[in-house]
Design a protein around this ligand. Structure first.
Ligand SMILES: [Zn+2]
Length: 144
């Protein structure tokens, strides 16, 4: 199972579980992934890394081609704000993220929200072990 932070075209954010990333893509293309608030099926996910533990956070990462300039600016502003908020409220553990996240989960380290880098494989392993991992919102131009 994989948990995605999703967002609809109206800007609502929600989390959803999928068996794997292929299942997510298939369900989304068939219009089966809808926003719980407004029912919008124009849904996009944020990328998996770097990841954040703790807190209810996620963001919309929307393909540039379907957005007007205004919406792109708006989405970008939202992501920048969200990232600032995450950075202000989490402890940066960098490449030690998977190790520290697991230690917090097992109670070996004080409970707190952390952020850092994890590969997709590491993030998946953490989720399988029941550790809460959320993607850090990325700006569209950083994904290339
Ligand atoms: Zn919505």
């Amino acid at each position: 199972m994989i948990k995605y932070a999703l967002g609809c075209a109206e800007g609502h954010r929600f989390d959803s579980w999928f068996p794997d990333s292929d299942a997510y893509e298939k369900q989304r293309k068939r219009g089966l992934v809808a926003c719980p608030e407004c029912g919008d099926i124009r849904v996009e996910k944020a990328i998996m890394a770097p990841a954040v533990v703790g807190g209810e956070r996620g963001a919309v990462e929307t393909p540039a081609e379907v957005l007007t300039d205004d919406r792109r600016r708006h989405a970008r502003d939202m992501i920048v704000r969200l990232r600032r908020e995450i950075e202000a409220n989490t402890d940066d553990v960098g490449a030690r993220f998977p190790e520290v996240a697991r230690a917090i989960h097992q109670g070996d380290e004080p409970e707190r929200a952390i952020r850092g880098r994890a590969s997709l494989k590491e993030a998946k392993a953490l989720i399988e072990d029941g550790v809460g991992v959320l993607p850090m919102p990325a700006l569209a131009d950083e994904l290339n």
